[in-house]
Every structure is written in structure tokens, then in C-alpha cells.
Design a protein around this ligand. Structure first.
Ligand SMILES: [Fe+2]
Ligand SMILES: [Fe+2]
Length: 379
């Protein structure tokens, strides 16, 4: 996905060029051997003395649904299932074929860092990439756990505090099942990607409560909902398929929570404040793009100089970016519903036109479709 800086815009993430390889690689995880990490939370904790339940009927409805929709990963998933990672990679070969197209071309160049890659290495890359991807889902789920605990504290409305509290419980189950899958069915997990960590730090550290919603409920969870749907469709491994189906049933509600809450709040904001939200959303998109460059995977594959690989991915032709593009299918319609696409002379529309994702604007927003994701009565 070609992300460009328009000449009139401020730098993205402090970079003169959003696609500068050295700037992207400057961010590394320096805490891989640590067990805990600290983020400064700059928001005020808010009590409300207005206990009128249902003052916001759509949030109240979401809360009532959530209470009855809790599944139990220990009981509802069959953990005796044998998982074969090699078979999973083979069954999802299409993912590698599309995503790695620029790297196949690089491998043809004599002396390139991938010149020694053969079938064995490409298969190994598929294994590492899948484990890495599931690991980032797990870390993102912990980000959601912490972000929604923060929302319980910072949102001023009782219906939203009630709903967010159910989401905290949902996210705990999500972290739990991804961690159990990685550590007992696969061979352990990767540390958090530095670009995801950077995004989570911003989402959790911001002093404005709605930025936590925008970053988490709309951007990160919107991407997750599309990514889980995609993996759910492609994988034939029954345990992961069911796990994803269960997580998605919650995730759709979470995105809807963001849309319903921010829709009301954004009506009060000035154009300058809305522009800050547009920029925040676009910077989140750049960070998520940077995460998908998989820098840690290339290191683990023993590649010495990964810069040509990062460059090849940044310059990839549109057809090999199709999966990345689809990850915006749940983000763009929701940002449109919030009015962020067209506000301020369409700043974000221009950005999304440049990265080729604006066509998703006509899809249904998640507050309209979340019920379609609910689990059937028979599970
Ligand atoms: Fe989640
Ligand atoms: Fe979630």
C-alpha cells in the first residue's frame, strides 16, 4: 500500500517521508527480554452521578446483548485438537503467494538478501509469518483489554461505562485463547511488533478519552475484524477457525460501540479538533501498514540486511497489496459514518484515495451489521 505525504501536510510520525525505510526500521523492540512494560496514562478518571440507564438506548442495547453473549474458551473450544502448522501453511499458500510476490522478484536478483531462498526457506517464512501474525493479534488483544479498562474510567456516560466493562471481560478471553493457542498448539509467540507497540502506547496514553476509542475501537479493532474474517475464511484448521469465529462475534460489537459513542461526541467538536482526529486515524493506518512489513520475521529468517525487503514491500504493485487493502474494509465505512472522511475539505478522503481504500466507503458500517456476527444458538 503506497502511503504518501501530500506536500501541504505535516510530517507523518515525524518522518519527512512516510515510506523512509531507515525511519521505519529505527523503531525496534528494546524490551524483548522484559516481562512488563509501563505506559503513562494521561487521562482523567471520571465518575458520573447520572445513573439513568438507557439514556443512550443503542449503547444500552449493546450492553444487554453483551451480557448474554459471553462464551468460555476453556469449555467451548476443543483443545484436544491436534494442530499441524506445516499443513496450515500449505492450506493457506495463497496468502504467501500474494504477499510475497515482491520478495519472489527480489530473490531473482543476484546478490540480493533473498537470493539463497529455496522452497524450504519460503515454507519456513510461511510458518514464521503465521506465528508472528497470531502473536500480534494476541498483543493487540491485550492492548484492547487495557484500552477498554481505560474507557471504563474515562468515558463520562454510564451506559458506555457499563458496556466497556463487558468488553474488558471479552478482551480477557481473547488474550487467553490466543495465548493458549500459540503456546500449547504452536511453538510459542513472538514479542510485540514495535510499530504496534508504538500505536498502543499512543492509544492508551492520550489524555483525550475519545482518542482511545478512535485508535482502539475504530482503527485497531476494525482492522482486526477484517483480518480475523479473512483468516477464518482461509484456514481449515478447525480449532483456530472456531476460535476466530468466537472472537469475531465479540469484535463486531466492540467496533459498533466505538461508532455509536463517537458519533455523538464528534458532533460537539470544532473543525480543528476533527482534523486532529483525522490525522490520528491516518497515522494509525501508517503504523498498521508498517507493522505488516514483518521486520522481526525477516530477522528471524537470518536475513542480514532487511532494508531491500522493506523497500520491495513498500514499492509493491497493487495486486500484491490486495490483502492489506481489504483490511480497511471495516475501517473506512465506520470513519465515514463518524464524518471523518469528508470533514475539513475531505482531508482523509484524499489520503484514502491515495492508498486506494476509499471504495470501501459505501459498505455497511459496523453499528448496522454487528448482529450478523452473533453466534448461532447452537454455537
Ligand atoms: Fe478482542
Ligand atoms: Fe475487541
Amino acid at each position: 500500500m503506497a502511503i504518501t505525504n501530500g506536500s501541504s501536510d505535516a510530517d507523518i510520525l515525524g518522518r519527512a517521508d512516510a515510506n523512509d525505510v531507515d525511519s521505519i526500521l529505527l523503531l525496534t523492540n528494546t524490551e524483548v527480554n522484559e516481562t512488563i512494560a509501563t505506559v503513562q496514562n494521561n487521562a482523567d478518571t471520571i465518575f458520573t452521578w447520572d445513573y439513568e440507564k438507557g439514556a443512550r438506548p443503542r449503547l444500552n442495547k449493546l450492553y444487554e446483548k453483551a451480557k448474554g453473549a459471553m462464551w468460555d474458551g476453556e469449555k467451548d473450544l476443543d483443545w484436544s485438537t491436534d494442530v499441524d502448522l506445516d499443513l496450515m501453511v500449505e492450506q493457506m499458500a495463497i496468502v504467501g503467494e500474494v504477499q510475497n510476490k515482491p520478495m519472489y522478484e527480489l530473490a531473482e536478483v543476484p546478490g540480493s538478501p533473498l537470493a539463497n531462498f529455496g522452497d524450504k526457506e519460503w515454507h519456513e517464512l510461511g510458518r514464521e509469518s503465521l506465528v508472528w501474525q497470531l502473536s500480534q493479534f494476541m498483543h493487540g488483544e491485550q492492548g484492547a483489554l487495557i484500552a477498554t479498562a481505560k474507557i471504563v474510567e474515562t468515558v463520562p456516560w454510564i451506559d458506555a461505562k457499563y458496556y466497556a466493562s463487558t468488553q474488558v471481560m471479552d478482551e480477557a478471553r481473547h488474550v487467553e485463547v490466543f495465548a493458549k493457542y500459540l503456546d500449547t498448539k504452536l511453538e510459542g509467540h513472538y514479542p510485540i511488533n514495535p510499530h504496534l507497540r508504538d500505536l498502543l502506547d499512543d492509544v492508551i496514553g492520550d489524555s483525550r478519552w475519545d482518542m482511545t476509542y478512535l485508535g482502539m475501537q475504530i482503527m485497531i479493532e476494525g482492522l482486526a475484524l477484517a483480518a480475523f474474517g479473512f483468516l477464518h475464511m482461509l484456514t481449515e484448521e478447525p480449532l483456530l477457525k472456531k476460535l476466530l469465529r468466537y472472537v469475531m462475534s465479540d469484535e463486531a460489537r466492540h467496533v459498533a460501540f466505538g461508532v455509536l459513542s463517537l458519533q455523538e461526541y464528534y458532533q460537539e467538536l470544532s473543525l480543528a479538533e476533527i482534523r486532529e482526529r483525522q490525522e490520528f486515524a491516518f497515522e494509525a493506518a501508517v503504523r498498521m501498514r508498517d507493522r505488516f512489513l514483518r521486520q522481526e520475521v525477516w530477522h528471524r529468517m537470518g536475513v542480514d540486511d532487511i532494508r531491500p525487503i522493506i523497500r520491495a514491500q513498500l514499492d509493491a504493485p497493487p495486486e500484491s497489496l490486495e490483502f492489506q487493502r481489504l483490511l480497511f474494509s471495516k475501517i473506512v465505512p465506520n470513519l465515514k459514518k463518524l464524518g471523518l472522511i469528508d470533514a475539513g475539505e475531505g482531508w482523509l478522503r484524499t489520503k484514502f484515495e491515495e492508498i486506494n481504500v476509499i471504495e470501501f466507503e459505501h459498505m455497511q458500517s459496523t453499528d448496522e451489521e454487528y448482529a450478523d456476527f452473533a453466534l448461532a444458538e447452537d454455537g
